[in-house]
Ligand binder design. Sequence first.
Ligand code: 6PG
Length: 465
Amino acid sequence: MDIGLVGLGVMGENLALNLERNGFSVAGFDLDARKRDNFAQRTQGLRAQASSSLADLVASLSVPRRVWMMVPAGVAVDQVLAQLTPLLSPGDVLIDGGNTLYTDTQRRIDALRASGILYVGSGVSGGEEGALRGPALMPGGSPEAWPLVKPLLQAIAAQAEDGQPCCEWMGPGGAGHFVKMVHNAIEYADMQMICEAYAFMQKLGLSATEMGEMFASWNEGELGSYLINITAQILQHTDPETGAPLVDMILDTAEQKGTGKWASQVALDLGVPAPTIAEAVFARTLSAIKTERVAAARVLNVPPTTPWPERNAVLNQLRGALMAAKVCAYAQGFALLRAADREHQWQLPMAQVAKVWRAGCIIRAHLLEDIRRAFQTQADLPNLLVDPYFARVMADSQQDLREVVAAAALRGVPMPAFMSALSYFDAYRSERLPANLLQAQRDYFGAHTYQRTDRAGKFHTRWGH
Ligand code: 6PG
């Protein structure tokens, strides 16, 4: 068999079927016998087989062996590795396709180095549908593994409009999983901003159907993206039992598995401003304290209703504001990639990252081709906001963002991601920030010293004397 797939949950099974459809023979294994049986049934008549054990799977593979793990990130990966690695030989390749923390991938690569087993940590995006029809793949790890897995991974990946596969080598160590983590962080921000636009529209008095139509029309323009498209569909979906829009029947407490939190933690560690990403994570945590919110709603007053300007004008501003806020969130994500790249010396191919995200993944959007072009033109671009194209987008839409943020603030609509995006933009474009005063305060109470604008050196003042 060309490849072994360990973990036959929906993602693993769909990836196996995708590989088979593209001409590769696949051996599948799962600890759960029912999943193995299910796989055997689903692959009847195909170039695929369910293996009865890991040893059986390994024995069926052509050399060098390629084994793709699709098991939950964390201890499960270490457990599979403990059983699998004694069965493998130098030059064999292991792929972890879960949402693994990039430092775990680095640790596993280091642990396997002496054995000669090659290790790839690959981001896989696109959910069940993507796994089956074409995901975006972000592999990184042992560089010698890339030629061995490239034909398979590029064959099953989604294709962008220009026919290019959404799968490129991201770099050594944990680079692939880092890129996937940032993908998810942008996904968090993107989703949160769409949800805030929805809350704003609700306050404006639109029905779910009207909102669905609005998102559908936005999807035709520069905001066109997978997430806007599914939002339009979600808002137009009726609950068969109640006849109400199904979205209205869903409990408003968001869950999360950790990738957005990791990205925010790494941003803090690396000293990269990524406030919109962090706000998106905090918005989920705030939503989750529902009982407290319900109690607080009884005590804390809402601002008096302010009349709205003409509805269509406001909705147009909201569209522009969403675009501007989205650019700020992407700028933060790419700045995080840039900083990690410098820290780890991965040589991340920034244009390729944007290229890979153009199709198959959850954050796929028209915008990504413009981002790819920006990094293609200037590989060392410090921030997307200063790329001439995006500077123009911000010039055209920043007023909309200001109007929407102000309108939301006046009416008590919580829009933390929009608001932080605007603050990020205003701070980033400020030649002078009030940090001079902050430094003076630090020096006042802690003799932490400060630098001057007019001469070099460190200074301390006995303030108040
Ligand atoms: C993807 C998704 C996928 C998963 C998220 C969900 O790219 O296909 O990002 O990886 O749906 O991890 O994450 P949360 O449960 O944290 O929202």
